[in-house]
Design a protein around this ligand. Structure first.
Ligand SMILES: [Zn+2]
Length: 256
């Protein structure tokens, strides 16, 4: 076993006795029950059993090494779009109905994104903070796909959108009045929110949240990254045909 696999050692056994690729029915039942017959990642009620540590690499058919995922999330895990560490964390913290899944439906002609007064057109990663993309865009077959991640103050992932599919915690209030709009507000802290909506030919994003422990405030005119008084303020501009939009490498005077 290579060193990189050591942290999974309790989920694997290279001398396993199992001869079958098929997961025993009793184990499948236990995993399904543990995850309330819903996708552990986004609560979609159509599920597959996924080996956290892959069977082909020695992962076992055990309830500890299996998680329920919907076909879409399963696909994203295999493409590396869902971080394995988040998935492992989710396995132990998943509670029934603690997330709701959704889909952002937008006009297919809208390819312009407005974030904090800045416009982005044909930009792959609109906002990158300390090496991690927070807001990304892809245009495929003439349609815009948006990916967004928001964290809370403690560093927990609290909003996930990948290719317009999303989940949000049920501890948030959802105010969605039409298909091209998502508005979620933390019931415990109403200053903590996210809004994505269509406005004419563009899709706009505003919100107050945290990303990698850093406060991020996006209103309709500016993006403020960092704590009050020390924030990097980015005021409107335009970015087109570039792989990266706004990249924040470091925050002066900011500790995390
Ligand atoms: Zn899913």
């Amino acid at each position: 076993m290579g060193n990189k696999n050591n942290r999974f050692s309790d989920l694997t056994n290279f001398k396993r006795n199992e001869k079958s690729r098929y997961i025993p029915v009793a184990v499948q039942r236990e995993v399904s029950t543990r995850h309330f017959f819903e996708c552990a990642w986004d609560s979609t009620p159509i599920t597959h059993q996924h080996h956290i540590f892959e069977y082909a690499q020695g992962g076992l058919h055990t309830p500890e090494n299996l998680i329920l995922l919907c076909p879409n999330c399963h696909d994203q895990v295999h493409k590396g779009e869902i971080p394995i560490d988040e998935l492992i964390k989710r396995k132990s913290t998943h509670m029934r109905g603690d997330r709701f899944p959704g889909l952002l439906l937008t006009n297919t002609e809208n390819h312009l994104i407005r974030i904090g007064g800045s416009s982005f057109l044909n930009v792959q990663d609109a906002l990158i903070v300390l090496d991690e993309p927070m807001i990304s865009l892809r245009i495929e077959n003439g349609r815009l796909f948006l990916s967004v991640r928001f964290y809370n103050k403690k560093g927990d992932l609290i909003f996930w959108m990948s290719r317009n599919r999303y989940w949000a915690p049920s501890s948030f209030r959802i105010l969605t009045s039409r298909p091209g709009e998502i508005r979620i507000i933390d019931r415990a802290d109403t200053d903590h929110y996210l809004r994505i909506w269509e406005n004419g030919k563009s899709i706009c994003i505003t919100g107050n949240s945290y990303f990698k422990g850093i406060p991020i405030k996006i209103d309709e005119r500016k993006i403020a990254i960092g704590p009050e008084g020390e924030a990097n303020i980015i005021v409107g501009g335009g970015v087109i045909n570039r792989p990266f939009g706004i990249v924040v490498h470091a925050l002066n005077g900011f500790r995390h």
